[in-house]
Design a binder for this molecule. Sequence first.
Ligand SMILES: [Zn+2]
Ligand SMILES: [Zn+2]
Length: 397
Amino acid sequence: MGNIRQRIAELNQELIDLRRDFHMHPELGFQEHRTAAVVETYLNNLGIHAERVSKTGVVGLLKGTKPGPVLMLRADMDALPLAEENDLPYRSKSTGISHACGHDAHMAMLLVAARILSEHREALAGTIKFVFQPDEEVAGAIRMIEDGILENPRVDAAVGMHIWSPLESGKISITPGAVMAGLDVFKITIHGKGGHTGSPESAVDPILAAANLIQTVQLIQTREISHLKSTIIMFGKISGGTKSNIIPEKVELEGSIRFLYEGGPDSVERPIERFRRVVQGVCETHQCTCDIDIHTENIPLVNDDGMVRLAKSTAKKVFHGEAIVQGSYLASEDFSFYSSRVPAVFMFLGTGNASKRTNLPHHNSCFNIDEDTLRFGVEMYIRIAMDYFTSVDQRST
Ligand SMILES: [Zn+2]
Ligand SMILES: [Zn+2]
């Protein structure tokens, strides 16, 4: 299909312009109205039928000239409620909102990939579903799945990619198994019996119970779950009491449990079940009662082995061998809701470059990306689609 790299080079300015346009006009989750209009118009101009889904999401279908499976390529669209502090000609024009996670780059890369793929329909033995997803930061994927994004036509496999500042520019990380963490958020209320600190025997002290609880739950990751299975239990908020000589009625604790493996109720690790047991046990020891509220914000993002093999062989055509690395992270990403339903791979595209100051953490007010790495992302999207259709074709013949 011609010289892909040359075509990407021809479109490099368009790629950067798209990214900067999204960057200047960031929008929060499910408010990506302008963003969605830009994406929809761009796809329709390519002859890719695009329509809105899930309020501000956009889906475009590119049918190859030969029949075959359906591959979903996904980019997220939302920005963060964070004021940009970069002094750039294309800095955010929206007060208090910025693309500090790099989703502006994801959309630009996928749109330019769509342009080049649409120029080569005759080489595609299958259908590409381009999915532009709102509200990644608050699990917008769930809404898209509920609205049927994986159906009509049914998606056979999915590919996602995140620009990644902790990884050096020019590298890509492709890793089997769990690559991003499951995240459960909890709120615990410990109920005691209020009283005078001069006669603690006539009261039930929830503060001592809370102190003990914070210590004791740490045994879950240090003594109960293998150290090879990353688990982090963190408390982010604790509140209780009004005065130094009053034993309060209750103490409230909030925090999170992150884990880098499939930690559901059927797993060996069962972090949530252990957490409930320890919390209840400690409260009982202190003669307190407790309410435990835990809700899942994200499930672990687990890559499919076959899709990882495919992505690695594709990456060898785009990167030098030593630039293809492995790594997992305890941040979360709602691509996990797709990867738990269809074979999928999620990759990290390095954009960290100290000389360009693009190695700051994601969600930092001065976060920025190395635009010279975008073309690698475009090439990965294009080639992995081609390779996926070829690999399925070979398996079925
Ligand atoms: Zn983010
Ligand atoms: Zn992100």
